[in-house]
Write a protein that binds this ligand. Sequence first.
Ligand SMILES: [Mn+2]
Length: 316
Amino acid sequence: MTDEMLKRLATELEKADDITVLTHAHPDGDTVGAGFGLVYYLRGMGKRANVKNSEDFPQKFSYLFKDYADMDFEEKCVISADIADVTLLGDGLSGYADRIDICIDHHKSNRMPAKKSFVDGECCAVSLIIYELIRFMGGSITPLIADCLYTGIATDTGCFMFENTSPEAHRAAADLIGFGAGAAFINREMFQVKSRGRILAEQEIIGSMRFEFGGQMAIITVTNSQIERFGFERSELDGFAGIPVSVEGVRIGVTLKQQAEDPGVFKASIRTVDTDASAIAARLGGGGHNRAAGCTVAGTAEEAAEKVIEAARASL
Ligand SMILES: [Mn+2]
């Protein structure tokens, strides 16, 4: 983010108090890391601040909030972190849709209505924006804040493997380790550890992987009955998205996840090697980044797959 934008954002935060920071539904490491990191920083400045999500935060991030407790205040400022659109607030936070004062995001497709928006579509993670902001403001980064921001940068860059991994991401990560981030612990928790049920489900799901366009596209489907049968948490669904695109020769990998609330709807996670994932998602009403995007598709698993295949055709 440019110094000019950081300066404007810093000015907004300096005058704000009694702040609620919103994170997106089905929270990932970036929204959780940026949300808690910002709240811990604001509290360190002597302000009252809380972080909210539509549901409970997944336990896999518990090392970031095990000592966190909500503060009691009447909120005067609402900030959204890593939320590209009001629909991503989720049911629990939908009441905030027209009450957002400051939007901080890195999705090019951002269309969040906010009084002031700070969107850097080139930045790999909102957690990196928060890091730059704290450094710009001359604030101090505690080991806990370092854990939060490192988590967000590591997860949104796929452990520094995605194309969006910039020199700034590596520099920030290096600095954050210096400030006490537990990089080895975080990367093991985020990228290696899976429940037994999740691993066994993976075996079945990979077994029915579907290939299209002469092997240039791969699709896997995760159904509600599989989640139930193997007994793992929906919050563990994240890592599936990287599986189809890891197959040699595959340029577009899609993971279809049946929605718990509506079994007739699948969330498609699109990962690409050399084509624009957000363009494919946009053809189905979704959005995202160059190499990682998403959308929702209605129908049976078979119908959803056909729709995504058609949307991908023009990109190959
Ligand atoms: Mn993000």
